[in-house]
Design a protein around this ligand. Sequence first.
Ligand SMILES: [Fe+2]
Length: 218
Amino acid sequence: MQARFLPALPRLPDDLAQILLDDFEFNRVKLKGSLDNCARFKSFFPSSDQLALKERRKQIPFTSVNQLGTLMTQIENAYDKKLCDFNIIAVTSSVVIEWLRDHKLCDDATQPVVQEFVNGEFFPPHVDLHRTNAINYCFELGGQHVTTDFWQPRKEFAHLAVSPRTAFPYEKIELIDSFKAEIHQWFRLDTSVIHSVENMNLSERRIGLTMTTPKNLL
Ligand SMILES: [Fe+2]
C-alpha cells in the first residue's frame, strides 16, 4: 500500500496548529524575495537551511534520452491543466517541534516543514529527492476531491529512469492507487513511488506538515 492513515497518532492541538500557520506566514513574509527558486513553482527555506543546501548540492545525473521525466525546471507548459505553486518552509516554532518530539513524530534527524500547494489544479507526478517515505498532516485539503495519486511507468516505458527533480508525463504512466487524505489525520506515504496531487480547487490551498517518517514509525 502506498499510503495509509496512522489513526493511533494524536491530533495536533488547535493552538499549536495556529502557531504553526502563523509561523509559516511570518516566515513567508520575512523571506519574501530570498526564497531559493529551484523551479517556478518550488521555493525553499533560505539558503542556509539544511534542506535547501542538501537539495542544491545533490547532483542528479540527467540524460534526457534515458529518462521517463522532464526536469522540473522545464515543465512550465508541459501539461494541459494548471500547475500549482509549491512552497516549503521549515517549522521554526519551538513549541511545535517540542510537541512533535514528545509524541515521537520527529527526532533529531527529522526536519519538520510546512508545505503549501496553491494557485493550481495539481502538483505533477514525481518521486521525492530526500526520502523514500513521509508522514504528513493536512490543515487545509485544497478542495473536497483532492487525492494523492500513485503511478507506475507504462510497460513500454519501464526501461526509462525514474529520477527526482523530474516530472512525468501522464501518457507514460498508469494509475496504481489513489489516496484521499483527511483533515487533522496523520498519514504515511511511500514517496519512492511516483505520486502527484490531483483535483485541487483553484481557489483553495492545500497546506500541511510533512516530515520524513521517524524510525519508530517505520
Ligand atoms: Fe512528493
